[in-house]
Design a protein around this ligand. Structure first.
Ligand SMILES: [Zn+2]
Length: 174
């Protein structure tokens, strides 16, 4: 529990006594937070977060810019590669009970809370950018940058598979 607290505490903004105005913060998401949430697709990563907070009475408007790389595994050749992340998010944070107010991107803080915890928000903003199919990008000649050795093996395997597939045999008989 102490470890959880210390990891996420790095990503919180103290709001006790904060007067109305505009504030800027920056954070870095590193391997520690990706290991902590144990995402199945993310092995490593470094993401810079630039954040602007505007405080107006009991409302905090938060604009988040996230940019960096996540190391993910290619679905085709299984090598790891750096997937670039660049995304923005807008969050509204209010204080007190807002019954029936369940819109997305709204955080409701209890009265008396002294900070806005954003670790989980940051993490979710970033990992939702990972595509369902993760593939090495194409190079300038529109060629795949997958591991060539692995692609050679995969191609051999695919051809052999086709020749002996039951559907193929059925097709030959009919
Ligand atoms: Zn690949």
């Amino acid at each position: 529990m102490i470890k959880v607290k210390s990891i996420l505490q790095k990503y919180s903004i103290p709001i006790a006594g904060l007067s109305s105005g505009t504030y800027a913060y920056s954070f870095v998401l590193d391997n520690e937070i990706f290991e902590f949430y144990d995402h199945p697709d993310v092995k490593n990563g470094t993401i810079k977060i630039e954040l602007t907070l505007i405080k107006r009475s009991n409302v905090f408007e938060i604009d988040i810019k996230a940019q960096g790389i996540l190391e993910v595994q290619c679905d085709r050749c299984l090598d790891l590669f750096d997937y670039p992340i660049e995304t923005t998010e807008h969050i509204i944070c209010t204080i007190g009970q807002q019954e029936g107010y369940t819109a997305e991107n709204i955080i409701v803080l209890n009265k008396g809370e002294t900070s806005i915890e954003l670790g989980q928000e940051f993490y979710e903003i970033v990992v939702t950018e990972i595509p369902i199919q993760k593939l090495h990008p194409l190079d300038e000649n529109q060629e795949s940058t997958c591991n060539p050795e692995m692609m050679k093996l995969l191609n051999q395997y695919t051809i052999r598979e086709d020749k002996t597939s039951p559907m193929q045999t059925l097709g030959d008989i009919i």
